[in-house]
Write a protein that binds this ligand. Structure first.
Ligand SMILES: Nc1ncnc2c1ncn2[C@@H]1O[C@H](COP(=O)(O)OP(=O)(O)O)[C@@H](O)[C@H]1O
Ligand SMILES: [Mg+2]
Length: 233
């Protein structure tokens, strides 16, 4: 289980995460919050892409400061812009490259690549140039390239932000069907309805932690509040 203890982080003198303590145990966890509230920074602390100035992010015995490499193999990360995650010319090669460091041998590598492409409906595109896929297919490819390495957790930072409704639903169905734990940072509140737990972030803090409907109601109210001059939180 991922655990954050007293995690704080600043960029220059701007505090972006403020003393966040969380146990992330549930199978489906959503995180919502306004732009700039610290979601992406929090997401990136979960697999060591950001090392917090203070506090600790751990996975069992490991922490992201000393064991980033181990944690990255257990905690996969999906960005909004799938195109930036595609590294190789063809779909199959892009999935395969993620497996290379596991040194599984040619037969097992090919078996895993085939299996994941079939599972995500990309087998018909095996040898197609990855950059010609639709936005939604690119995001599925990014997911497949991470899932093929069999992580325990998938952290997704606004994976549907750049997608239209059809592709959003396709990615949503895929995330919903995974055995892995999913921690989904999103503005698509509809995607969270059947989640186990939703966190609301504001100004670097978790200001709500509870059931999806309650979290969405809390967040909506927060966003409807008139901004107050000089208000200090
Ligand atoms: N690499 C960075 N350098 C400086 N400031 C950053 C950097 N990344 C994010 N920020 C700032 O930190 C704040 C929180 O950003 P972010 O974590 O991306 O929030 P969110 O994902 O909720 O929009 C924002 O004010 C943003 O401008
Ligand atoms: Mg963000």
């Amino acid at each position: 289980m991922l655990r954050l203890e007293g995690v704080s982080h600043s960029y220059e003198d701007r505090a972006v995460l403020r003393e966040i303590t969380l146990d992330l145990a549930q199978h489906r966890i959503g995180v919502i919050g306004a732009n700039g509230s610290g979601k992406s920074t929090l997401a990136r602390t979960l697999n060591g892409l950001v090392l917090p100035d203070e506090g600790r992010v751990s996975w069992g015995e490991w922490d992201t400061r000393r064991h980033a490499k181990h944690i990255r193999r257990r905690v996969g990360f999906v960005f909004s812009d799938a195109a930036n995650q595609i590294l190789m010319p063809t779909v199959a090669e892009d999935v395969e490259i993620g497996l290379r460091h596991l040194r599984l041998g040619r037969a097992e590598t090919a078996r895993r690549v085939d299996e994941i492409l079939v599972r995500h409906g990309l087998d018909g595109h095996r040898d197609h140039p990855a950059h010609l896929l639709s936005g939604g297919q690119k995001q599925l490819l990014a997911l497949a390239s991470i899932l093929v390495t069999e992580p325990d957790v998938l952290v997704c930072d606004e994976p549907t932000t750049l997608l239209d409704l059809r592709n959003t639903r396709m990615v949503h169905r895929t995330l919903t069907g995974l055995d892995q734990q999913v921690i989904l940072f999103t503005h698509d509140l509809d995607l969270l309805a059947d989640f186990d737990r939703v966190l609301v972030m504001e100004e670097g803090r978790v200001v709500f932690d509870g059931r999806p409907a309650d979290a969405v109601a809390f967040y909506t109210e927060l966003m409807d509040e008139a901004p107050q001059e000089g208000r200090v939180r």
